[in-house]
Design a binder for this molecule. Structure first.
Ligand SMILES: [Zn+2]
Length: 191
């Protein structure tokens, strides 16, 4: 199974930001680190990195890579500084997208379990969200051929969430590389 991992947003439009970084810059660091570590788990050819530097995503380029799953990494943002938690988004009509979003939700939960305990992880669980026309992320989820998930592991706009994530960033990328490497060895189902 081939997985395409990509940072959300673009060089020119970097998405959400806080005092220290932007969504795009941080997502690119995380994705690059995950890809380089996946070498350790012997799956570098199956976990690919795609970054878009232009204003618009090159859906044609993305689809030409023939991935079996596309994960676009984002960090959430809200005007309330109390917003927190993790969620994974999928196209409302995609059964596989829904399943992958649910699996990734479980993965992020296991990360928070390790760093904040079970009740901490459960308290942050915002669940998976289906995305229909006009909703956040729809264009991306609708134009990609392969099942796709928009991953939002924390709120960049919430200082306590940002610092907790940054403190555990090496651990997160390590866990994520391992998780993806295991996924690549899974069979691709045709259902
Ligand atoms: Zn975003």
């Amino acid at each position: 199974m081939r997985i395409l991992l990509m940072p959300g947003h673009t060089e020119k439009r970097k998405g959400a930001s806080n005092e220290y970084t932007t969504e795009f810059d941080l997502a690119l660091i995380v994705c690059s680190s995950v890809i380089s570590q996946s070498v350790l788990y012997k799956s570098k050819n199956d976990v690919m990195l795609y970054r878009e530097t232009d204003l618009n995503y090159g859906y044609k380029d993305i689809n030409n890579l023939n991935a079996d799953l596309i994960i676009q990494l984002h960090f959430n943002s809200h005007k309330s500084s109390l917003a927190k938690g993790y969620e994974n988004l999928y196209h409302y009509k995609s059964r596989k997208g829904k399943q992958c979003a649910s699996d990734l939700q479980g993965f992020v939960k296991s990360f928070y379990c390790k760093i904040q305990g079970k009740s901490g992880a459960e308290g942050l669980d915002r669940g998976t969200k289906h995305v229909s026309k006009g909703k956040r992320g729809y264009a991306f989820l609708n134009k990609t051929k392969a099942p796709a998930v928009i991953m939002e592991p924390f709120f960049l706009s919430t200082f306590s969430q940002y610092t907790a994530f940054m403190r555990e960033l090496p651990f997160f990328t390590q866990m994520f590389s391992k998780y993806l490497s295991e996924l690549t060895s899974a069979e691709v189902s045709n259902g």
